[in-house]
Design a protein around this ligand. Structure first.
Ligand code: F6P
Length: 358
């Protein structure tokens, strides 16, 4: 008997189902003695023993389906070792569920926080294999996470649509793009959508540089300007603040987000109408793009090979377009940020896209 536990944790994204399908198809092609336990809503299901026994058939027909058939939740790593409201030790509870079910391996699909917890479970002696999901693409050890490209496509589509209305009204438009603390989605969607300005957390911006771009475009007869702004974008002044000071400043911000703050600043400094568009969670919704379906299937299949070989403690990543196994101990706790010196950023600058830095 081969007993597998599956869970999806953290914010959902496209191709989670495609990845699980890849794992189960790979395993069931080689073994007909599979017992599959699907944990409901991420680590919560493992903590509280909330699972259902599944069959390979449950993973048929889900390649194109968005979201996750298992449900998900955020269980912050910081709180994993803090007992719940009834005094339950969550880590011991997860170990107990794992041992009670006599699992051979847990397959965990998640992003950064999820990987810290997965590595902790590995250190606690559980067999774990993980898959890299997140629209943010900020997971260390892999060039690509599934969900990223689909999110880029959606954000790009938003920027595309904004072009016509921005041009008709001669307005400045700010499109706020998801990405948490990093700017990968904004950078790619900004380039793909032909944004004039791209602001990302990795390159703090100067508001005067941004207004200068708008001014110069107006002088050149271009009446509208499109800014792709990461939700985590930060000004040069704010980047100088200590983490605590910045957090306190954010808590007092009178605007819902950086995009609205920036819009107000631009309107104050210039005679321009500024509008903000926030595609928000649409960037995580719906069917995965073809590329995400392919990489999710590949990492799923590669994970099934690891499990069949009894090789545990790895994340399957995509490096140079190949699947690779990366030790979980190396992945956990590291953020993959945009490198401001990368060729991608330099090439974007070469065609005149401003990052608000100079
Ligand atoms: O990590 C994925 C992500 O969509 C981030 O880009 C975003 O900051 C965050 O999740 C939003 O989280 P929630 O769905 O909990 O609001």
């Amino acid at each position: 008997m081969l007993r597998i536990g599956l869970l999806t944790s953290g914010g959902d994204c496209q191709a989670l189902n495609a990845a699980m399908r890849g794992v189960i198809k790979g395993l069931s092609a080689k073994r007909d003695d599979l017992e599959i336990y699907g944990f409901q809503d991420g680590y919560k299901g493992l903590i509280y023993g909330n699972f259902h026994l599944m069959t390979p058939n449950d993973f048929s027909g889900i390649l194109t389906r968005g979201g996750t058939i298992l449900g998900t939740s955020r269980q912050p790593f910081k709180k994993m070792r803090i007992p719940d409201e009834n005094g339950l030790d969550k880590v011991e509870a997860m170990k107990s569920t794992y041992h009670k079910l006599k699992l051979d391996c847990l397959v965990i699909l998640g992003g950064n926080g999820t990987h810290k917890s997965a590595n902790m479970l590995r250190e606690e002696g559980l067999n774990v294999v993980t898959l890299p999901k997140t629209i943010d693409n900020d997971l260390w050890g892999t060039d690509m996470t599934f969900g990223f490209q689909s999110a880029v496509d959606i954000a790009t589509d938003t920027i595309d649509r904004i072009h016509t209305t921005a041009s008709s009204h001669s307005r400045v438009f700010i499109i706020e793009v998801m990405g948490h603390k990093v700017g990968h989605v904004t950078l790619h969607a900004g380039i793909a959508g032909g944004a004039d300005v791209i602001l990302i957390p990795e390159i703090p911006y100067d508001i005067n540089v941004v207004t200068d771009v708008i001014k110069k475009r107006s002088e050149a007869g271009k009446t509208f300007t499109i800014l792709a702004v990461a939700e985590g974008a930060i000004s040069k002044e704010d980047a100088k603040l200590k983490k605590k000071q910045y957090k306190a400043k954010l808590a007092q911000r009178k605007y819902p987000s950086i995009a609205y703050e920036l819009a107000a600043e631009i309107e104050e400094k210039m005679d321009k109408e500024v509008r903000v568009t926030v595609p928000g969670h649409t960037q995580r919704g719906g069917s995965p793009c073809a590329y995400d379906r392919v990489i999710a299937t590949r990492v799923g299949a590669a994970a099934s090979e690891l499990i069949l070989n009894k090789e545990y403690g790895y994340m399957i990543g995509i490096v140079n377009n190949e699947t690779v196994k990366v030790p979980l101990s190396e992945v956990a706790g590291k953020l993959k940020m945009v490198d401001p010196k990368s060729r991608l950023v330099q090439e974007a600058k070469a065609i005149g896209i401003s990052f608000g830095d100079k």
